[in-house]
Design a protein around this ligand. Structure first.
Ligand code: HEM
Length: 342
């Protein structure tokens, strides 16, 4: 059963979905400030099922886990230096905020722990897909290669997750972590996607529009994560809000201007595709895309007006992921020529 094309496709899609769920979990971790809920990695307070009360921990636990984190930061700084990224290495080495001990909180610990269980499950799904992809090594080696690269991307991303924890959610690693998740999802999605049937073929105009939309959503994600980094840095320098207690748009800078206005292009293209794509397999996805894009603009506006309430912040990161996922799927499906069973 494991070595049937159907099983492979299911395992590929399951991995893809769980990566998207991980993005949601990551958004919740960030919005609730739970990134340091587990001070070590991959264990959480030294075990795989974390404590529910501080008195289950040794008295000097803050010191024990701080020492572990400091050792990890040193290793990461060395790795960055080895790759010639000396500026980033210096920034991390000199950041005092990541060298402070964290106090136990049951809520943040369990939010981060659940995030990790989901991560472990994703790894399991990815390995199952790889095992199943062995059947294609001779017939269609590209499927095996994509899946192998997908597994590697998941492993690198898990390592990035540990760096994000060690550096206490430092901006650079989080951005790479977020974007790398979608590269991993794409590597599983491409071989698992069926091509359109002959009757369903889309026009070359629509195909181009779908590819452009996918490109724009990638740009939205990059300018979005950039804006998120700006949010973090202006919060540190007490410039997060303006005189009327909204998000300080002047301090958010030019990338955020692009981020906001590009969303109008996204909505415009969504409408164009809705009117011009007659293929039934695509219509429901484009409708869902448009609804989520509107909700995304609303959540973005709430983030500005009410200065990033956790719900709107977590929704915005997740909906951004869904829009990227849908546009990736439609772009892949429209250009796909061959598929597993053919
Ligand atoms: C289709 C449209 C949009 C997409 C796909 C999108 C996507 C994203 C993504 C992926 C992030 C990074 C989130 C993170 O890493 O935490 C982000 C951040 C952000 N976006 Fe958007 N966005 C869109 C529209 C908008 C609009 C219209 C606004 C404002 C009116 C907006 C406001 C923000 C803000 C304030 C942040 C920083 C949030 C934070 O610090 O957590 N976005 N966006």
């Amino acid at each position: 059963m494991v070595f049937t094309p159907q099983f492979y496709r299911k395992a590929g899609w399951l991995t893809c979905f769980s990566i998207f769920l991980l993005v949601l979990a990551g958004g919740i971790v960030r919005a609730t400030g739970s990134g340091m809920g587990c001070p070590d990695w991959p264990t959480c307070f030294g075990t795989y099922i974390p404590p529910t009360h501080e008195n289950q921990l040794p008295e000097n636990y803050q010191d024990i886990f701080l020492q572990k984190r400091l050792a990890k930061i040193d290793r990461y700084v060395k790795t960055l230096n080895a790759f010639g990224l000396t500026k980033q290495a210096d920034k991390i080495a000199n950041d005092q905020s990541i060298r402070e001990a964290e106090k136990f909180s049951v809520v943040t610990t369990w939010i981060e722990a659940i995030n990790r269980y989901l991560g472990a499950l994703t790894g399991l799904f990815a390995l199952t897909a790889l095992l199943s992809a062995i059947q294609f090594i001779r017939k269609k080696p590209s499927i095996f290669i994509f899946t192998l690269l997908g597994v590697i991307a998941v492993v690198i991303n898990a390592w990035m997750g540990s760096v994000v924890v060690a550096t206490n959610l430092m901006q650079g690693p989080i951005t790479i972590h977020y974007l790398a998740a979608f590269i991993a999802a794409g590597l599983f999605m491409w071989p698992a996607t069926n091509h359109l049937s002959k009757e369903e073929n889309v026009s070359s105009k629509v195909k181009t529009a779908l590819l452009v939309l996918f490109g724009i959503i990638i740009l939205q994600s990059i300018t979005g994560t950039w804006s998120r980094e700006t949010v973090d840095s202006i919060a540190k320098s007490n410039q997060l809000t303006d005189a009327s207690n909204h998000l300080n748009l002047t301090a958010m800078g030019f990338m955020f201007v692009i981020h906001r206005y590009l969303s109008l292009v996204v909505i415009g293209m969504g409408f164009y595709l809705y009117r011009n794509t007659l293929v039934r397999a695509f219509q429901k996805w484009i409708r869902a895309f448009l609804i989520i894009a509107f909700a995304q603009v609303l959540a973005g506006s709430i983030n500005i007006l009410f200065v990033l309430p956790p719900f709107a912040q977590a929704f915005h990161i997740f909906a951004g992921g869904i829009l990227l996922g849908i546009s990736m799927y439609l772009a892949f499906k429209s250009i796909k020529r061959t598929e597993i069973a053919s």
